[in-house]
Design a protein. Structure first.
Length: 229
């Protein structure tokens, strides 16, 4: 319980810093010039809010007759963007999310319900159209930290982060990492429509991790708004 509270406190502090940074960095520009003969370049900090719906599930191996069905969830958070040049930027995000999927094995079926926070960092390419709209494509790593994970089956639920008394291991690890890709369109107003896909390269299992592999993945579609556009 103490460990869970510490994780939530850390996430809240980081999210607060992101919000403060977003507020302070609304279209803040820093002019960089290496030599008098070179053209001046503006490094621009911007930020905004993100709201997404997601479909999540996991790839698995070592589970005989197992089948996973992706189900709907949602994500809410914000982003900070460092515009290096007109066509390239680095964007960090912090997303609190609810994920849900169904798992079947033989005649048994249950739901995996998960709450956590995700921190992706994208290298973003931007193509600006003549009317001011912008196509953006990004790729990069992410890390995810779980707050709560439960498996619900037959009116009962099991805490997947609770450690076994004999082995000292929980069913699931509380963090995982992977890579993601993102594509979207930003209107002149700063309103965005985005889609992303993320897949973990980490085995989510803690107990029995040498025999069974579980790698979470998710598809997200949503909107965002860049402040101070």
């Amino acid at each position: 319980m103490m460990q869970m509270n510490n994780k939530r406190t850390f996430a809240i502090i980081v999210f607060a810093l992101v919000c403060v940074g977003t507020t302070c960095a609304q279209s803040e520009a820093i002019t960089v010039s290496e030599t008098p003969s070179q053209e001046k370049q503006n490094i621009v900090f911007t930020g905004g809010a993100i709201l997404e719906g997601n479909l999540s599930g996991f790839f698995h191996s070592g589970i005989k007759d197992g089948n996973n069905v992706m189900k709907a969830g949602f994500s809410l958070g914000g982003f900070l963007n460092l515009g290096v040049i007109r066509s390239f930027s680095v964007q960090g995000e912090m997303l609190f999310h609810y994920k849900n999927s169904e798992f079947e094995q033989g005649s048994q079926c249950g739901d995996l319900v998960y709450w956590g926070v995700e921190i992706p960092v994208y290298a973003m390419y931007h193509y600006t159209f003549s009317r001011g709209g912008c196509l953006q494509v990004g790729i990069g790593p992410y890390t995810e930290f779980g707050f709560d994970a439960k498996f619900k089956h037959g009116g009962k639920e099991a805490d997947l982060y609770e450690k076994d008394g004999s082995t000292g291991l929980a069913a699931f690890q509380e963090s995982n990492s992977g890579f993601g890709a993102k594509v979207g369109y930003e209107f002149v107003s700063g309103f965005q429509i985005n889609a992303s896909y993320k897949a973990s390269i980490s085995n989510l299992l803690d107990a029995n991790s040498s025999q069974v592999k579980i790698h979470p993945h998710a598809i997200s579609v949503g909107v965002a708004y860049r402040f101070g556009k």
